[in-house]
Design a binder for this molecule. Structure first.
Ligand code: ADP
Ligand code: MG
Length: 325
């Protein structure tokens, strides 16, 4: 296998709780022993219910937050001990696309100003080359260059997300974190923006960590999918395998919740609420909601283990669940 572009090992992150008391832990664990690697040009999907730690993982990779422990290597180099100069180069190479581009776009700045700012920060396409690059960027995201002078409020949600994408790709990053990038869009617009991201990956070879709570969206664009629950990796494998033959019961529940599931098929319903990360059930953190729970599940936290050549699952059960779809 080619060297990973991004390699995360043993990542842990906790936040302080607001309530402190005698029996209360003073920190909430949000990510637990997370490993992941992404190859150059690969799209890795990250899926899980709200609160499972997806955004925290994305922010840790972007160095927007500091992890408690673990290593993050980008292109073979540990992000923890980079010189300020190298860190600046990495900041160009790793870009983010947000859920809500409106919140991240200054309402008073034209699209020309937004994109120019990104290019100025990294001294790219300066002087006479600038105008051509701005036109090219808008064309790359399917917008007319005539829009350069317009303000964010003059665009639809889907168009604004295209501008957010143009801003991210403007500096020719090697890696993009897309956090719920299409979640606020109508379904028909979602598909267009997903197709755009897929095209850009083809053309530029950029790697993408594609984060969404919606497995049907994630699997559409991803090569591999990683499933997170209460800050732990439940399963990781090829997108089609995850969707058509989920190995972990939690993955099966996510597949079962997809709106596109054929109505004739029985849906697997999860019981109960997602537990508090402060007080997870003993052993497997999913055991309190798992329809297949056995006594042994409480004994210890199941390790993520290889069950097929390209698949890992953190369930003590050996057999892959069939009959979900
Ligand atoms: P997701 O993106 O999967 O919805 P997040 O990473 O946003 O999950 O959050 C995971 C958990 O961490 C949640 O329980 C959330 O309340 C908590 N959390 C996130 N950010 C902070 C913060 N800055 N301070 C305290 N708790 C936080
Ligand atoms: Mg999130």
């Amino acid at each position: 296998m080619k060297q990973a572009l991004l390699e995360v090992r043993g990542l842990n992150k906790s936040y302080p709780t607001s309530k402190k008391g005698f029996f209360r832990r003073s920190r909430i664990p949000v990510l637990r022993d997370v490993d992941l690697s992404i190859a150059p040009g690969e799209v890795l999907g990250l899926v899980g219910e709200s609160g499972s730690g997806k955004s925290t993982l994305g922010k840790a990779v972007l160095k927007l937050i500091e992890a408690d422990s673990g290593t993050i290597k980008f292109d073979g180099r540990d992000l923890a001990n980079l010189s300020p100069e190298d860190l600046r180069a990495v900041r160009k190479d790793i870009q983010i696309i947000f859920q809500d581009p409106y919140a991240s776009l200054d309402p008073r700045k034209s699209i020309r100003a937004v994109l120019s700012e990104a290019l100025d920060t990294h001294q790219l396409h300066m002087g006479a080359k600038r105008e051509g690059r701005l036109n090219e960027l808008l064309e790359m995201v399917g917008l007319s260059p005539e829009f350069l002078g317009r303000l964010p409020h003059e665009f639809s949600g889907g168009q604004r997300q295209r501008i957010g994408i143009a801003r991210a790709i403007a500096v020719e990053p090697r890696f993009i974190v897309a956090d719920e990038a299409v979640s606020a869009l109508d379904v028909s617009i979602q598909a267009q923006v997903l197709n755009l991201l897929a095209d850009l990956r083809e053309k530029t070879g950029v790697s993408i960590l594609f984060i969404s709570h919606d497995l049907s969206v994630v699997r559409f664009i991803s090569d591999r999918v990683m499933v997170l629950y209460l800050g732990r990796v439940m399963e990781i494998g090829r997108a089609d395998d995850i969707h058509f033959s989920p190995a972990h019961p939690y993955t099966a529940a996510l597949v079962s919740a997809e709106p596109s599931l054929k109505p004739s098929l029985e849906r697997m319903r999860l019981t109960g609420e997602i537990p508090s990360p402060v007080n997870p059930p003993p052993g497997c953190v999913f055991s309190s909601r798992c329809p297949y729970v056995q006594d042994a599940c409480a004994a210890e936290i199941p390790k993520l283990r290889q069950i097929e050549e390209t698949r890992f699952s953190a369930c003590i059960r050996d057999n892959i669940l069939n009959g979900v779809q």
